[in-house]
Ligand binder design. Sequence first.
Ligand SMILES: [Zn+2]
Length: 145
Amino acid sequence: MNKKIEKQCIVCKHKIIVNQGGNGECFHCGWYNNSLGEENENTVIFPNLISLNKAIKLFQEGKSLKPDLNDFLDGLYNYREMKFSYNNLNCCVFLKGEKQTIIEFGWSPNNIQYFKDKEDFFKNAKIGNEYVRNIWDKVEDPSYI
Ligand SMILES: [Zn+2]
């Protein structure tokens, strides 16, 4: 049987229900409480899209726990398959190549771009005429696949 345990969310301090491993989502702030994320407080680790220390900082500033483009790309290198939507385009971002370092980015079979690394994507990835880094505040639902 799965025993339910009460715990204080590490980010917002609300009481939440977690499983025996101490894992569970906080419905107040959105942080997924999990031991791996707590042990690696400056790393983006699935299923969260930002690091624990950044989540605490954003929460204290009254901001939502939304990943910036750097957090999103850190998540990509941790998990390998990400998505977001923009202007009704469902954009996918994958790691490819022998060493899983090449970034494949696209929203349809006719619209696929490749980047050699995170910096290349950050600098050069575009949707139409707009750089992804410039429209990042307007993308919706950045998440793991
Ligand atoms: Zn919380």
